[in-house]
Design a protein around this ligand. Structure first.
Ligand code: DAH
Length: 339
């Protein structure tokens, strides 16, 4: 056993690589290793109790010696190996790790952009309440209680006879009452309707109302403002069409439709027939001006109710309106800024 021990110490002294040490481990402690065989092939039955004890003790010492020294050699070989590895250089051209920042909701971004555009044309930005009286939401817009136009909007009625505003038009008379004529303003805001929900209908969506009241305002002014708006928002030529539309609070009334930017006008789940009703508009009905205490013989005006959510869909190519309120981070992340 003493010979084996010296031989092992000599072998380990000559080992350079982890593989050398591994070979030594197999040679001594492997299944057919020297130490293993010595233990296995000794016929203990031929030994007296005392001899057994002495021999067994020595054998255990030898095993412990081998195990310990081999383990130490493995460690030493690993470390000298590590020291030989080339040092990694600092590469300043490597891309850094991205950090996700919070981001504005795409509807907010679109709204801020609209506010910027209209402020550039001298419009005031105002915000009205979400819970509205029947008067401002319908009555003052020339939609009396028995008017069939009330059925055009599926309204959420509250138990106190107030409504969740069905359109931003509800802000028109509020603003005109307060500021009088002449006036230029937009009212972006949330609207609520009791809708059957699908890819293009939601119970909660955004509009951006606009009102201009001044002397000699005509359809020409309306069209000029719409053109400026569209060219600033899309920054490219977009196809639009103007057709007559009925709304009790304008006369004449129009629908300004945008050729769908998702399907290119072919027709899809978002637009239906290739056109998106984007900006209903018209000249303010004289009765609405009267409700606002403005003399329709002296002043005239135009109004429009831009579909802000629809605009965001067109701008960003969002096919399904339900994504906006989904709370799905995978959707919102696409609008996030990385640093
Ligand atoms: N408030 C209407 C709606 O939500 C849209 C609308 C039509 C607004 C014509 C206007 C307008 O200001 O002039 O259906």
């Amino acid at each position: 056993m003493e010979t084996i021990r010296q031989q092992l110490a000599g072998d380990l002294a000559g080992a350079k690589t982890p593989q050398d040490v591994e070979n030594i481990r197999v040679k001594y402690l492997g299944r057919k290793g020297i130490v293993t065989l010595l233990a296995r092939e000794t016929d203990f039955s031929k030994l007296s109790a005392e001899e057994k004890k002495a021999f067994g003790g020595k054998l255990n010492e030898l095993k412990a010696f081998a195990t310990e020294h081999i383990a130490a050699a493995v460690e030493a070989a690993k470390q000298s190996g590590a020291a030989v590895q080339p040092q990694r250089e600092l590469d300043l051209t490597m891309p850094g790790s991205n950090r996700m920042l919070g981001a504005l909701h795409p509807i907010t971004t679109t709204q801020l952009e609209l506010e910027h555009i209209f402020q550039g044309m001298g419009f005031t930005v105002l915000r009205g309440p979400d819970v509205e009286t029947e008067y401002y939401n319908f009555e003052a817009l020339n939609i009396p209680g028995d008017h069939p136009a009330r059925d055009m909007q599926d309204t959420f009625w509250l138990t106190n006879d107030m409504v969740l505003k069905t359109h931003t038009s509800a802000n028109q008379v509020r603003a005109l009452e307060r500021f009088g004529a002449p006036f230029r303003g937009i009212f972006p805001g949330r609207c609520f309707r009791y809708e059957a929900i699908d890819a293009s209908h939601e119970n909660t969506f955004y509009q951006c109302e606009g009102v201009v009241v001044d002397k000699n305002i005509s359809v020409a002014n309306l069209i000029a403002v719409m053109k400026t708006l569209l060219s600033e928002v899309f920054r490219r030529d977009v196809k639009v069409r103007l057709r007559p539309g009925y709304f009790p609070f304008v006369e004449p009334g129009f629908e300004l439709d945008l050729n769908c930017l998702i399907c290119g006008g072919k027709g899809c789940a978002t637009c239906g027939d290739g056109w998106i009703e984007l900006i209903p508009c018209g000249l303010i009905h004289p009765r609405v001006l009267e409700y606002a205490n403005i003399d329709p013989d002296e002043y005239s005006g135009f109004a429009f109710g831009l579909g802000l959510t629809r605009l965001a869909m067109m701008k960003y190519g969002v096919r399904d309106i339900r994504l906006f309120n989904s709370g799905d981070v995978r959707f919102y992340e696409q609008f996030a800024v990385t640093m």
